[in-house]
Design a protein around this ligand. Structure first.
Ligand code: MG
Length: 374
């Protein structure tokens, strides 16, 4: 059948319960809520669209090209907004699909079935059974229950002949087009809706935005200085020779800081905390870790896992592992299960084998918002 179906996308509502511009939030494929709703209508056989509202460049509508026929400002009620959309539609539009912009998950197949049914019956809406009991309330009390088996939940798009939409809009304010059509005595076909076709109302209605994973590595060396206390992973290791250095010379934390900075492209520990600066003399290296964590926060990165390796003949790390892991868990705000500590000797070879100092390696794994632009 060659019926010309066009869409009115109602994008003028305010999103008070969402707390932000929900229509510009990117979904798993990177497309915004509004763009996804438009794409689904077009994929389902709608020829072109009129958006009612005031979307901006961040709603990604450029990709719709000429299929976005017009953008018109909304009215103070849904009826006024839909009427504004209707007035902007081209003459050739025979069927009109009125759709909530906040329903981005509508399947093109459902749109197609609604167009077919509206072409046959004049109007068609997607409906779903009620799983919860519906009770009418008034003045804080419950006054009337309904037979749940007879109740239906109505979604959008609601598709109807252009003249039917024209007629129902003359009836004044309505939050739902099909209700008015039914009240006017018109037939409205019920098409099985889709549980995934939700109206996004709360932040929790949306899946978490896509993230990418990145990692950074760090390596550090300090020579032994028996005059100093030994700090490893922020923990004092008693009765062991310490390490020489400008700060507390915590070789494990220094490798960790470089791994964190590396993962977010923020340089290295020497750039952030130059040994030439007096204020870092004897400094607790936990300060450097905290500062690196702030770099992560600045770009929306989330630390997912760290793996640390101490390289040297002594001390033995095993008796201190739990203590260090607990300390790092607190410092990094990361569960201890996401912190791995390892130690290895170098079989008596090299400077670590000769007992001249300790080395450490670190790998930090982070996740970042996929659309992060730094
Ligand atoms: Mg160092």
């Amino acid at each position: 059948m060659n019926v010309s179906a066009w869409g009115i996308v109602a994008a003028a509502g305010n999103a008070q319960r969402f707390g932000a511009d929900k229509l510009s939030v990117p979904l798993a494929d990177g497309k915004t809520v509004l763009r996804s709703a438009c794409d689904a209508l077009l994929a389902g056989g709608v020829e072109g669209l009129v958006i009612v509202g005031s979307p901006g460049p961040h709603h990604q509508l450029d990709a719709l090209g000429s299929r976005l026929y017009a953008i018109v400002p909304g009215g103070s009620t849904r009826s006024e907004s839909v009427a504004a959309g209707l007035a902007a539609l081209p003459e050739c539009a025979q069927l009109v699909a009125v759709h909530d912009a906040a329903r981005p998950f509508v399947a093109p197949d459902l749109v197609q079935r609604l167009i077919d049914a509206a072409n046959e019956f004049g109007a068609a809406v997607p409906v779903l059974p009620c799983v919860d009991t519906i009770i009418e309330s008034a003045d804080g009390g419950l006054i009337k229950s309904f037979d749940r088996a007879k109740m239906r939940r109505v979604q959008t798009p609601q598709v109807m002949r252009r003249e039917l939409l024209q007629e129902l809009l003359q009836e004044g304010s309505a939050s739902d087009e099909s209700s008015v059509l039914i009240a006017l005595g018109h037939q409205v076909a019920a098409v099985t809706g889709d549980e995934r076709n939700i109206k996004v109302t709360l932040q929790s209605d949306l899946p978490e935005p896509p993230r990418i994973f990145v990692s950074g590595s760090g390596f550090d060396v300090h020579r032994f200085d028996p005059e100093r206390p030994l700090m490893l992973g922020g923990v004092l290791i008693p009765n062991e020779p310490g390490l020489a250095g400008h700060s507390d010379a915590d070789v494990l934390l220094h490798a960790l800081v470089d791994a964190l900075l590396g993962a977010v492209g923020a340089g290295d520990i020497g750039e952030h905390f130059p040994p030439s600066e007096e204020r870092w003399r004897g400094a607790d290296s936990s300060l450097f870790v905290t500062a690196a964590m702030q770099e992560l926060q600045r770009v929306g990165a989330r630390l997912e896992h760290v793996d640390l390796t101490l390289i040297g003949e002594q001390p033995r790390l095993t008796p201190h592992k739990n203590h260090i892991r607990e300390y790092l868990s607190e410092l990094l705000k990361l569960p201890p299960t996401r912190i791995n500590l390892k130690a290895t000797t170098t079989e008596g070879l090299g400077f670590t084998g000769r007992g001249e100092g300790l080395a450490a390696q670190a790998i930090a794994s982070l996740s970042l918002p996929a659309d992060e632009e730094r």
